[in-house]
Design a protein around this ligand. Structure first.
Ligand code: TYD
Length: 209
């Protein structure tokens, strides 16, 4: 089973993924946890280029291809072999992030993006996508607070609130187009409360497999 997590910046995906991985492992399940961009030594080098605030001159097409280059390496090197071995794969962001950020956020042609994504992922789609729902304004507030406590502030964080609003609307369109794959979880509230919702959604899906 392949589970991706999506959501605006500041939605708390990473915290929730750590808890879910612990929970599933405590049940004796084999879980592989990874993230995008990155997740492999080659992908981590690409991540550094993508996030570096010095690279503000990066063309949008370059950005897409770099996200997809990192993703292709992750799919072929890790995700496909782990799924073939029967593991649960949990990925912090996947192809939907490219549609939301580069497609809806930057306004790039969605059909072209889908072709590139299909090539990069070998057509591999998640079985379940957990969406952590937070408004762009609340997400920004959380990220600013985290950055004051030493968290990374990257090239995408630095984009305008308008950009992050388009990303948010884009996620809604993606979810509405494929309601069977997505489960939306309100992300505001205590981490325990949010986790209970994430856990219930994932367990319901695992038990129905
Ligand atoms: P990261 O520090 O991993 O943030 P988060 O914890 O919110 O996932 O940064 C990833 C950033 O890259 C985030 O702003 C979303 C963006 N992104 C894209 O724009 N396109 C993509 O295809 C992916 C995977 C990420």
């Amino acid at each position: 089973m392949f589970i991706s997590f999506e959501g605006p910046d500041g939605s708390g995906k990473t915290t929730q993924i750590i808890r879910l991985v612990e929970y599933l492992r405590a049940q004796g399940r084999q879980v592989f946890q990874t993230r995008e961009p990155g997740g492999t030594p080659i992908g981590d080098q690409v991540r550094d280029v993508l996030h570096d605030l010095k690279n503000e001159g990066m063309h949008a097409h370059t950005e897409i291809l770099l996200y997809c280059a990192s993703r292709a390496q992750l799919v072929f090197q890790e995700i496909q072999p782990r799924l073939a071995a029967g593991e649960i794969v949990i990925c912090d962001r996947y192809a939907d992030s490219t549609l939301a950020y580069q497609g809806y956020g930057r306004g790039l042609d969605l059909d072209t993006l889908r072709l590139i994504l299909n090539f990069a992922t070998h057509g591999l789609q998640p079985d379940l996508t957990v969406y952590l729902d937070i408004s762009p304004e609340d997400g920004l507030r959380r990220r600013e607070q985290a950055a004051q406590h030493g968290a990374e502030w990257n090239r995408m964080d630095a984009l305008s609130l308008e950009f992050h609003r388009r990303v948010y609307e884009g996620y809604r369109v993606l979810m509405d187009a494929n309601p069977g794959r997505w489960v939306s979880v309100p992300a505001l509230g205590e981490p325990d409360e949010v986790f209970a919702r994430v856990r219930d959604a994932v367990m319901a899906r695992l038990q129905s497999e």
